[in-house]
Design a protein around this ligand. Structure first.
Ligand code: PEP
Ligand code: MG
Length: 589
């Protein structure tokens, strides 16, 4: 048992506070036995490998089966993706070749094949895809344990336990949902790691990226997971526990209170209506989004369809997926962003790799316009799904009218093709763009002639406007959404779009921060799209502040010269209205 209290800082991946006893999951690497083998043993080793792969496949099938009984079909995709990795020739063939050519045992060959794939993922600049290496790890680990005859199934943690692990596989996390655990803390992982995505979808407080929490705790230790601040406290003294219990209780009470707002409109006392929608990566997240009062999906990150796979989604898959999204929204709008793949993440579809500046490289809409087959397949699937609900299309990273016209041109060709083939689709699907590049922001008035709506993607816009690599920790301190340059850019976009009678949304993380919501309301945004759990609080901010006073605040801060001064002015107003237990208000976006 750890004696002294230790406070660790990681990434708050799923909000909420959990206090409980540690259930340490040993997901550490099993030792790989390494042996050279006799030529006549080659076939035996290959047969062992095949058997372990088959066994791994069946285990995942079993987990899927159990989930299906408990929760319907929604949670399968990641497990299916793991099954696909098991069949992936990039893993299986090289491992067999190594057994054959280098005369090594199956375990060693497998480990080397896994390491080679991970090395490719390591070279990928993008966070999301870099994290996918852990999926290859999980699959490799499962096969290895099966080769060694070890137990693979996750131990079921007791209810209310806090699961601490180096990293968690989606299969683990899906199982925890059933086990009703209280919280999650992991060494590895980032905001877009699967454990984070699923924890958010299942509303389990989680802190990831803690680096070494597994070496500091033992099963049974008392621990606090603060998913709001991204902190973990190991063996806290009674008074700290008391304090956190108080915070947790207040948070739950406030949350429940806030959830009463669920059916109420996000409308200010002086009757200005703002629409609050959800950012969604997986179909699984939609029920939670609706439960939090989302009025639709403002950003569907379709590139998550590429999760854990090397083949491309086929048209039928796009169709089935988009249809399921639309159906689960029951008539509320779903804004599908076309693939935002880029730089090295596009390796499997033939785009250049190893670009010096992948964020500025052949990515997103540029890549789709280059890889027309990929783009057309997605558009065909999405269009064919459109009769199932209210579908909107949004193009990412558009830099100007040329790209918008080209993208719309492809869309028109696809529509014509579908008409010829007799596939029904909705003719008047709204087509909009994300404003993520300063050039797009500054030409909003021109783009508004041909884009029907705008959605400001501040995650990238801030990166490009302030010249800060959003994944570079050395310049993270400069990433300030309330920088006057950002606020002025946002205002410019809103005013220019409104002059052309085009609605403007925001779907960057900035939109989900309650204190930013005040300013954004004041600047006149029509729609805010955010992590679904942020919706009730943002709604309560909107419902309690007049649009007039928000406008005054926004106009006032636009005159302040530094982010510090702007944050201070906003915090002053926030402190008057809202409890500190509910969220950042510190500019965490
Ligand atoms: C953005 O850039 O703000 C955005 C919402 O897109 P992503 O975070 O997927 O780049
Ligand atoms: Mg973006």
């Amino acid at each position: 048992m750890s004696e002294a209290v230790q406070q660790l800082t990681g990434i708050g991946a799923s909000p909420g506070i959990a206090i409980g006893r540690v259930h340490l999951l040993d997901r550490r690497r099993v030792k790989t036995p390494k042996m050279h083998i006799a030529p006549e043993a080659v076939d035996v080793e290959i047969a062992r490998l095949d058997a372990a792969i088959k066994q791994s496949y069946e285990q995942l099938e079993g987990i899927k089966q159990r989930l299906r009984e408990a929760h319907g079909e929604d949670h399968f995709r990641i497990l299916e993706a793991h099954q696909l990795i098991l069949k992936d020739e990039h893993l299986v063939d090289p491992a067999k070749r190594l057994i054959h050519e280098e005369r090594i045992n199956a375990e060693w060959a497998l480990r080397r094949a896994v390491e080679d794939i991970k090395a490719i993922f390591d070279r990928i600049e993008d966070d999301y895809f870099r994290e996918r290496r852990s999926d290859v790890d999980f699959v490799g680990d499962r096969i290895l344990r099966n080769l060694l005859g070890e137990k693979v199934e996750a131990l079921t943690p007791p209810p209310d336990a806090i699961v601490v692990a180096h990293d968690l596989s989606p299969a683990d996390t899906a199982g925890f949902y059933r086990a009703a655990i209280a919280g999650i803390a992991t060494d590895a992982g980032g905001l877009t790691s699967h454990s984070a995505i699923m924890a958010r979808a299942f509303e389990i407080p989680a802190v990831v990226g803690l680096d070494h929490v597994t070496s500091l705790v033992a099963t049974g230790d008392l621990i606090i997971v603060d998913g709001i601040r991204g902190e973990v406290l190991v063996s806290p003294p009674a008074e700290v526990v008391q304090d956190y219990r108080g915070r947790a209780r207040r948070r739950v009470a406030i949350e429940q209170e806030l959830l009463r707002n669920r059916e109420l409109p996000a409308e200010t006392p002086d009757e200005v209506r703002v629409r609050l929608l959800a950012n969604v990566e997986l179909l699984d997240e939609i029920p939670s989004a609706l439960a939090h009062g989302a009025e639709g999906v403002g950003l569907y990150r379709t590139e998550y369809l590429f999760m854990n796979r090397t083949d491309l989604p086929r048209e039928e898959e796009h169709l089935a997926h988009a249809r399921a999204v639309l159906e689960s929204l029951g008539g509320l709008p779903a804004t599908f962003r076309t693939f935002d793949l880029g730089g090295d993440k596009a390796a499997s579809i033939g785009a250049p790799t190893g670009e010096p500046n992948p964020a500025l490289g052949l990515r997103s809409i540029r890549l789709c316009l280059r890889e027309r087959g990929l783009f057309r397949t997605q558009l065909r699937g999405l269009l064919r799904a459109s009769p199932a609900g209210k579908l909107r299309l949004m193009f990412p990273m558009v830099s100007g009218m040329g790209e918008l016209r080209q993208a719309k041109g492809v869309l028109e060709e696809v529509k014509e093709e579908l008409r010829r083939e007799g596939h029904p689709f909705q003719e008047d699907i709204p087509v909009g763009i994300m404003v993520e590049l300063p050039a797009a922001a500054l030409t909003t008035d021109l783009l508004a002639r041909e884009a029907e709506f705008f959605s400001i993607g501040t995650n990238d816009l801030i990166q490009f406007a302030l010249g800060i690599d959003r994944v570079n920790e050395h310049v993270g301190y400069l990433y300030r959404p309330l920088h006057p340059g950002i606020l002025r850019t946002v205002r410019f976009v809103i005013d220019a779009a409104h002059a052309a009678k085009r609605p403007v949304a925001m779907c960057g993380e900035m939109a989900g921060d309650p204190s930013f919501a005040l300013v954004l309301l004041g600047l006149g945004l029509d729609e805010l799209s955010m992590n679904p759990t942020a919706i009730p609080l943002v709604k309560s901010v909107i419902r309690s502040v007049t649009a007039k006073s928000a406008r005054e605040l926004a106009l006032g801060v636009l005159d302040l010269p530094t982010p510090d001064e702007i944050e201070e002015a906003v915090a002053e107003v926030m402190d008057k209205h809202f409890s500190a237990d509910m969220g950042s208000g510190k500019g965490s976006a």
